[in-house]
Write a protein that binds this ligand. Sequence first.
Ligand SMILES: [Zn+2]
Length: 249
Amino acid sequence: MNQEKNIPSPISINFNDLSTVFEQSTNSTHFFIDFNSSKIICIDELKDSNARTKLSQMSKDKRYLKIPSRDINDEELLIEGFIYEPRDVTLVDTLYKTVHRKNGVKHFYQLLESQPYLKEQWLTYRSAVLRNEMINWLCNNNIELTNQHLIPPIEIKELTAEEIELLPDEIKDFRPYACLRCHNKDGMKARIFSINVSPENRLIEQETNRIMKEQFGVSHHGGWSGGDQEFLTASQCPRCGCEEIFWDY
Ligand SMILES: [Zn+2]
């Protein structure tokens, strides 16, 4: 993605520092990674009269990479995503109505102030989403950080026929239906795996793909979320060997 930048790998920048500046970046406060010093540099247009010149020079310099800025639209999207988070249906309804009236964002923040538990939930949600966005950005730019475990260890286990039998019907009835390459519908077998994490960022997806390939010989899998438990699904066409299969109920 950023062949034009000199990105050493890995670099020794603290992930939490990156996340913090990502949360603080705006259309006027810009942050860059300096690959020569492994430091984060801030250019604030409101405080620095030479900011424009510096920004223009730094954007062309291979040494610096700009950390994405966030604006009010990003914040609105984040709030939209949060509306359906609470398990309490009444609360979801209240949030929906609050956010979708005039000056919704302002009313949303006011609502949070009157409900400390909800505010806590919002802050947790917001920092988790931004953390994943930061991880995705690092992945997209092929930036690896030294000695930092950004994702938990992933455990994947293939379910036996007996274990599959014990699953709820809605996952058992979800079956490989037709090969996307040769359209064969016969002899499709479902493989189901349990996994201890949800695919919330690119790093988790990459690691999941690697484990599925290395441990189970699967190069294409699907996902199925059963509330608290996540599953992976895989199948292979017995006629042509293709692993891209259309699943249906
Ligand atoms: Zn096929």
